[in-house]
Ligand binder design. Structure first.
Ligand SMILES: Nc1nc2c(c(=O)[nH]1)N=C([C@H](O)[C@H](O)COP(=O)(O)OP(=O)(O)OP(=O)(O)O)CN2
Ligand SMILES: [Zn+2]
Length: 147
């Protein structure tokens, strides 16, 4: 087990799966307030995805664990996050590759893929640990569902 403590997310779906992964990546925060973090530096991010739903696909999966890893790890591992200009911005603080921004962008990437699936799983939480002492949890606002 690579991470033993997970924040819990409240929901009423019948199935919940969690996928852990490590991502080695570099970034910088393009703002004076970031101090030393304005310089390019690297982290081994720990990411946990929480996916929930009531229906399984034809394989009996809520979503294939391997496809989640491919979607996130393959895209970001050993890259410079700021270079993903289709996802991150050096001008818009909402899309700086901060831990917060990374968590939200990962959610957007994952949910976009899940929306293509017939069984309509939902990414209900993205946990991103950037350092041994710092992490962020992103949870989407729930629309039209009593959780
Ligand atoms: N709210 C945020 N604050 C900071 C972020 C961030 O993404 N969101 N990022 C950084 C830096 O990128 C840095 O890599 C992480 O900072 P920090 O946790 O302060 O790292 P340290 O190892 O220096 O912390 P210790 O307290 O010494 O363990 C900065 N802030
Ligand atoms: Zn950093």
């Amino acid at each position: 087990m690579i991470q033993q403590i997970y924040p819990q997310v409240q929901h009423s779906y019948q199935f919940e799966l969690n996928k852990d992964m490590h991502i080695s990546a570099a970034h910088y925060i393009p703002h004076d307030d970031a101090g030393k973090c304005q310089n390019v530096h690297g982290h081994t991010y720990f990411v946990n995805l929480t996916i929930a739903g009531d229906d399984l696909d034809d394989s009996g999966f809520l979503v294939n664990f391997a496809s989640l890893k491919k979607l996130v790890h393959k895209r970001f591992d050993h890259t410079i996050l700021n270079d993903h200009s289709e996802l991150f911005s050096n001008q818009d603080p909402d899309y700086f590759p901060t831990t917060e921004g990374i968590a939200r962008v990962i959610w957007e990437v994952v949910q976009k893929e899940l929306d293509t699936k017939a069984n309509k799983p939902k990414c209900v939480q993205v946990f991103v640990r950037e350092t041994p002492t710092s992490y962020v949890v992103f949870r989407p606002k729930q629309k039209g569902r009593q959780e």
